[in-house]
Design a protein around this ligand. Structure first.
Ligand code: PLP
Length: 479
């Protein structure tokens, strides 16, 4: 039976699906090229049991946070409480629509209002936009505001500074806003080189993008000097707070001298992420940039919440509607459940766990700096490479232990880098297991070198051609 017949057989004019009409179907097929039209769809005919087994089976052929240690540095792959999923799924949150009138969604507006206040308290910023859908989009939003600020002040600014260890999205966001990106080299100990910074700064500098702790997991102690140097040229200091779990409740970007910050709610604040799933790269600003925030913001008058579209100097909208609302619900629930004391403990635990791994591995894997680590630790496998196994081969061997590999070859300034972020949610037993696995892998480089050539050995997919996998992804699954 073709679809037209099925359609006519099943639809009456009382049926809400009837709006297309047979004519609609005909004209739709007229506009679809012949080769894409199928008379018959070869749909598999299987029972529920087969379908459930098939998909559950597929889901288990992967490494995942629910089942495995996942120390992917800079990504903050931590365990996200299931409670927050349940709360985000509540009818009143999940079944509302952005076109509903404000009076019908007061609860949602209140949640956004309160979340903004909590994020301001955590960062010391004045206001937050919850719109940007990812960290990279948050950076881009911030750069647009920095550009608007300089334009309003008639400043002639052409350059944005970034450290050479910066996350790749930083120079990309600045370049997308038309700025020339200047990389400032780090010192051998991994911190930003103030002398080189001074040499790079002049009146054309629009601002600097930094992350603190930096991408080597080290705290930039000279941050206030850096802020003074940038501000002396009326530049703005941008805080890449994608990984905020080292500092919550301990210090704030505002105290460090930052003017604008983005946070990845999908990293630090309890939304599972990866594979391009919904995120929220919320952006906070101090009074210098408050006028330029995207609209609308949520405001309150009496006991009513509403969308405030004023903001004459606003850069406009950066995303449809008001951001990824479900992510905001999870973040709000997470913050309320932990409270100020709990969030501080999260950070202390994240830093403790990274340093625990560092202490367990430092005699065998070279640590990138003598300075203490914050929430992540970067090792160099240069010595292991001399003995016959590269960072990539070590990472692949970890898969045989049922662990997701750490981030590899990033930051770019560390040779044979493995960047490990255990996060605060792992137990001591798990961390001990990781140390044991890494030490055994290290011993095997000499004792059992054949293990490394084509590891992983136990995973459903073995070594892939990574360039081809990225350039020509083939996502079909074959039984
Ligand atoms: C993850 C990350 C980003 C980018 O965030 P997305 O949500 O992936 O766009 C930017 N900076 C740092 C330091 C990050 O770790």
């Amino acid at each position: 039976m073709d679809c037209k017949t099925i359609f006519e057989k099943n639809c009456t004019d009382k049926d809400p699906g009837y709006f297309l009409g047979a004519e609609g179907i005909n004209s739709a097929s007229a506009s679809v090229p012949e080769e894409f039209l199928r008379k018959e769809l070869k749909l598999p005919s299987v029972g529920e049991r087969e379908v459930v087994r098939h998909y559950t089976g597929l889901s288990r052929r992967n490494l995942s946070l629910d089942e495995h240690f996942y120390p992917l540095g800079s990504c903050t792959m931590k365990y996200n409480p299931k409670l927050n999923e349940e709360l985000a799924g509540l009818e009143g949150f999940s079944n509302i629509h952005p076109y509903q009138s404000e009076s019908m969604v007061q609860g949602a507006l209140e949640l956004m209002y309160e979340l903004e206040a909590a994020l301001c308290a955590l960062t010391g910023m004045k206001r937050f936009s919850l719109q940007p859908a990812s960290g990279a989009q948050g950076e881009f939003t911030a750069m647009l505001m920095i550009r608007a600020y300089h334009k309003a002040k008639k400043n002639k600014k052409t350059r944005i500074l970034v450290p050479d260890s910066s996350h790749g999205t930083n120079p990309a966001s600045a370049a997308m806003c038309g700025y020339d990106v200047v990389a400032v080299e780090s010192r051998p100990d991994g911190l930003l080189d103030i002398d080189r910074l001074k040499a790079a700064i002049d009146e054309t500098v629009a601002g600097m993008m930094l992350t603190n702790p930096n991408t080597l997991g080290l705290f930039e102690r000279d941050i206030q000097t850096i802020a003074d140097l940038i501000h002396a040229q009326d530049g703005l200091l941008y805080y890449d707070g994608a990984n905020f779990n080292a500092l919550m409740g301990i210090t704030t970007p505002a105290l460090m001298g930052f003017d604008v910050v983005h946070l990845n709610l999908h990293k630090t604040f309890s939304t599972p992420h990866g594979c391009g799933g919904p995120g929220a790269g919320v952006v906070g600003v101090n009074e210098k940039l408050a006028d330029f925030l995207p609209i609308p913001l949520v405001a309150k008058k009496g006991d009513k919440f509403y969308f405030d579209y004023k903001g004459k100097r606003s850069i406009g909208k950066v995303r449809s509607f008001y951001g990824n609302f479900g992510v905001l619900v999870r973040a709000y629930a997470y913050i309320l459940r932990l409270g100020a004391a709990g969030l501080k403990k999260v950070s202390q635990q994240a830093v403790l766990n990274a340093n625990y791994l560092r202490a367990g591995l430092k005699d065998h894997f070279e640590v990138c700096s003598g300075l203490p680590s914050m929430h992540e630790v970067v090792f160099s496998c240069a010595r292991q490479k001399d003995r016959g196994a590269s960072a990539l081969q070590i990472a692949k061997r970890l898969i045989d232990y049922g662990m997701h590999p750490p981030t590899m070859y990033f930051p770019l300034i560390v040779k044979e880098a493995l960047m490990v972020e255990p996060t605060e949610t792992e137990s001591k037993a798990m961390l001990d297991g990781f140390v044991r696995a890494m030490l055994e892998i290290d011993r095997d480089i000499t004792a059992n070198p054949r293990l490394f050539a084509d590891a992983p050995h136990n995973s459903p997919v073995k070594r892939v051609d990574e360039t081809r996998a990225a350039r020509q992804p083939d996502l079909r699954y074959r039984l």
